[in-house]
Design a protein around this ligand. Structure first.
Ligand code: PMP
Length: 394
């Protein structure tokens, strides 16, 4: 009989020639468990998803309550579904006043797609500006914004009228003009290897967008829901975007995303033509129930309060001559090494010794550290000692 691993390799589509092949049987809190008694401390959070840990009891409770009521009943935007209404209401309550309309999606890339559409229709303009080394998703519209020529070449033609600026480069801000419908930026660049922008840069981007009538879209798909120590990373900058993209950590482990804007912007999808942006499963009631529970856990358990201290603890422990730099904010950290071989070797050593760590799409010479926000000080110390041992063996 073929093993699960063999069936995975033969029967499910492969996204690379070297998948991690770590088999998971169950997960709880900050730990993942394999079928043969393996236990892994999760320093990746399923790629910034499990901010409140795996299978949080409040999330499980919300899911089971909703399972007893209804699953899918109709396409998004027609029936009044209480879990969607409750989640939208709570999200808007924690966001600045300009945000008063939420469109729910299934994923991050769909949030990007929706935001690009409303920005173009609202402004009547065609050009969208994104940043080099951005990542906003893998569908063709979102992929057009990736700012990495390798992906453009492989999947051309992508969307026209996309221009790129260098992230955190004030000299490029002038490229934003009255022809620009939207500027889309990650609030902190993730797949570029965690690039934290200057506050003055973000403020200058906001100012230029105001001057040119351009909408500012912040992708908080990776930074949202407490990861950087604020509920949303834009709160670090003293500015507000016009459109906010959410997903990943939003659902407490369930698939959901959203784009959030002012009603005046959002309402362009209502007519001319009507139903210009629709989705069958967006805002699935079970995902919405889980997302509301997850948001309430983050708020009620004040998970953001300790993120800065835990971030410092990682930096304190992680001192090694092979480490070139530790970048990041909150529990969105990156350990810069020199080569991909080093990254592969340390990740492999960590997995063999019970710690899951990974790297980045556009930065394969650095390790990704984005654990659940609930990680304990002891687990941080343990994880760092495994990483340091892995570095010693290079
Ligand atoms: N934006 C950012 C900043 C992301 O990190 C990701 C996922 N890595 C996405 C968008 C795409 O989200 P999804 O995989 O849910 O489509």
């Amino acid at each position: 009989m073929l093993s699960n691993r063999q069936l995975f390799l033969s029967n499910t589509a492969q996204t690379s020639a070297s998948p991690r092949l770590i088999e998971i049987e169950r997960a709880e809190g900050v730990y993942l468990y394999g079928p043969n008694g393996e236990r892994y401390l999760d320093l990746v959070s399923g790629f910034a998803v499990s901010n409140i840990g795996h299978r949080h009891p409040r999330v499980l409770e919300a899911i089971t309550t909703q399972l007893d009521r209804f699953l899918h009943v109709t396409v998004y935007g027609e029936f009044v579904q209480a879990p969607q209404v409750a989640l939208a209401t709570q999200l808007l309550a924690v966001l600045p006043d300009r945000f008063n309309s939420v469109y729910f999606t299934n994923s991050g890339t769909e949030a990007t797609e929706g935001a690009m559409k409303i920005a173009k229709k609202f402004t009547g303009r065609r050009q969208i500006i994104a940043a080099e080394k951005a990542y906003h998703g893998s569908t063709q519209g979102a992929l057009s914004l990736i700012g990495n020529p390798e992906y453009h070449r492989a999947y051309a033609p992508l969307l026209p009228d996309i221009e790129f600026i260098r992230y955190n480069e004030p000299g490029h801000i002038g490229k934003i003009t009255t022809a620009t419908a939207a500027v889309i930026l990650e609030a902190v660049q993730g797949e570029a290897g965690i690039r934290v922008p200057d506050i003055s840069y973000m403020q200058a981007i906001r100012k230029r967008c105001d001057e040119t009538g351009t909408l500012l879209i912040f992708d908080e798909i990776q930074t949202g829901f407490g990861r950087t120590g604020e509920l949303f990373a834009f709160q670090h900058y003293g500015i507000e975007p016009d459109i906010l993209l959410l997903a990943k950590g939003m659902g407490g482990g369930m698939p959901i995303g959203a784009f959030v804007a002012n009603k005046a912007v959002m309402d362009v999808i209502k007519d001319n033509p009507m139903l210009g942006h629709i989705t069958t499963f967006g805002g699935h009631p079970v995902s919405c129930a889980a997302a509301l529970a997850s948001l309430n856990v983050i708020l009620n358990e004040q998970l953001m309060a300790d993120v800065g201290r835990k971030s410092q603890l990682f930096r304190h422990h992680l001192q090694h001559p092979a480490i070139r730099e530790i970048r990041g904010v909150g529990l969105m950290l990156c350990i810069q090494l020199d080569t991909f071989e080093q990254v592969e070797s340390v990740s492999k050593y960590c997995a063999e010794n019970g710690v899951i760590i990974d790297w980045f799409l556009h930065c394969t010479t650095a390790l990704r550290v984005s654990p659940p926000l609930i990680i304990s000080d002891d687990d941080i110390a343990m994880a760092c000692s495994v990483i340091l041992n892995g570095l010693d063996r290079l």
